[in-house]
Ligand binder design. Structure first.
Ligand code: PFF
Length: 473
């Protein structure tokens, strides 16, 4: 049985790769990966992240694309059709619902951070950061700090930028699969990549390039297992492992239906394993490049790698202030960062929009507006958690933004990923899977993938979860 998507189809396999890469590459690579690497001590975080990508996430990504390709609709309806087709409980549709909820929660804060990037465009374009050329190292650190602080501590400004970002997202999603999504991503991914290479060139010219490089690739597991530990003996903590796994799922846009819904628009004859591998390679390269740019700047300017969420916003402007044509490159970089965030944000909201359209009660435009308004409202929580609510810490000393971030990346995405692995690995018919993957069920590639998905992913994710709640300590 084969269904047809009512939302349209990508015009080619390449268009899917571009769109899925657009979804995967975003703030997660350029903002989140470097600051988390900084917080969890560098190399050990990077290697754990890479292992999670290769062993746990790649198989889940193939499974998600395959499910979408089979179901040809929003994740909620895809899970409903496929549960029926495989004689499984109707409850599997809840997986689609959890994805929609996770997407809304992620987008709610993603849009606020993308708003920071929007706000930095005029600052860079007007040459604000060229002032660093006449400053001493301590003055530079104080200056970039104050620019960042004056932005995030101002709720009115943050709300305005957040509103702007959600508004552009709604416009693009309303444009539909070919009109909005595909057109936007085909030019911005290559442009972003080229600019990152230019910046790596700059990073190599900084005095402390090797220190930055070593920070990223020298492996010291103590930093990961005992983050922020200053005692002689530290208690084993799985927090760093959980963070690395959560970041791997987040960066590849897994566990919330974004990749599933893009798979639903994939032409029937496309090879799932090839397109997925291409997306994973592109996403991972961008994260590593971002780290290679940021850490040399951190060490060359006496900044702290564990500066937290402001890391990128305090380091890159120094580079742009100092380098030739920095005003031009800096402006262009933040424009591209916003575009990369947009190509991710449209995928965060697409599962909900596709579902609303499938109910028959909404057009694409009205579905985008309704979803956008809900996300905008939830986003105010993040806006205020950087200023008027910064002292509200309901759980484990985390503020509201940190809680939403933790809940979605570290818990919801890997948990949904695990359930997807169980559904495909244990409950779906093998012949259907092989047909959708365009792979022979006897090939070596199929066997390796199936083994990883059936055993390694559920066990791996499960162990990291149990470890994080202290079962093994
Ligand atoms: N992968 C995106 C990033 O790294 O910025 C964020 C994201 C998009 C997460 C879509 C989840 C998702 F479904």
């Amino acid at each position: 049985m084969s269904r047809i998507s009512i939302h349209g189809e990508w015009s080619s396999r390449m268009a899917f790769i571009m769109a899925a890469t657009g979804s995967a590459v975003g703030l997660g690579n350029i903002w989140k990966f470097p600051y988390m690497t900084g917080q969890y001590g560098g190399g050990a975080f990077v290697i754990t992240y890479l292992l999670c990508i290769a062993i746990l996430c790649l198989p889940v990504m193939m499974a998600e694309v395959m499910l979408g390709k089979r179901g040809r609709s929003s994740p909620i309806n895809t899970m409903r059709h496929l549960a029926q087709e495989n004689n499984q409980s109707k409850l599997w549709r809840l997986l689609g619902w959890s994805g929609v909820i996770a997407g809304f929660l992620i987008l709610s804060y993603y849009s606020v951070i993308a708003g920071w990037a929007l706000a930095y465009i005029p600052s860079l374009a007007s040459g604000t950061f060229t002032a660093v050329n006449t400053m001493s190292p301590t003055e530079i650190t104080g200056f970039v700090d104050s620019v960042f602080k004056s932005l995030v501590e101002n709720p009115v400004q943050l709300t305005a930028w957040h509103t702007g970002f959600i508004f552009i997202t709604m416009l693009m999603v309303a444009g539909g699969v070919k009109g909005g999504l595909e057109r936007a991503v085909t030019f911005m991914m290559p442009a972003l990549f080229i600019l990152l290479l230019v910046l790596v060139g700059y990073a190599i010219s900084t005095p402390n390039f090797m220190q930055g490089f070593n920070f990223m690739f020298n492996i010291n597991f103590n930093d990961l297992l005992y983050p922020n530990c200053t005692e002689a003996v530290c208690k084993f903590s799985g927090e760093g492992l959980l963070a690395a796994m959560g970041q791997a799922f987040f960066s590849l846009s897994l566990g919330m239906g974004a990749i599933m819904v893009y798979g639903a628009y994939l032409p029937k004859d496309a090879s799932v394993s090839k397109v997925t591998t291409a997306v994973v390679v592109a996403d991972t390269s961008v994260a590593i490049l971002a780290g290679l740019i940021i850490f040399p700047i951190v060490f060359s300017n006496g900044l702290e790698p564990n500066a937290g969420v402001g890391l990128v916003f305090k380091t890159l402007p120094i580079a742009f202030g100092q380098m030739p044509f920095g005003t031009l490159f800096g402006t262009l970089f933040f424009v591209l960062l916003v575009l990369a965030a947009l190509s991710s944000s449209i995928s965060l909201i697409e599962p909900a929009v596709a579902w609303l359209v499938e109910t028959g009660k909404f057009t694409r435009a009205s579905a985008s507006v309704v979803s956008g308004i809900i996300v905008w409202l939830i986003g105010l929580i993040t806006v205020f958690s950087f200023n008027i609510w910064s002292d509200v810490k309901p759980l484990a000393g985390l503020n509201l933004f940190e809680l939403i971030n933790y809940l979605t990346s570290n818990i919801m995405l890997p948990l949904i990923g695990l359930l997807i692995a169980v559904f495909v690995g244990w409950l779906m018919q093998k012949s259907t899977i092989a047909e959708e993957l365009n792979l022979s069920a006897n090939s070596i590639g199929y066997h390796i993938w199936y083994f990883l998905l059936r055993y390694v992913t559920p066990l791996g994710v499960g162990i990291v979860f149990l470890n994080a709640i202290g079962v093994f300590s």
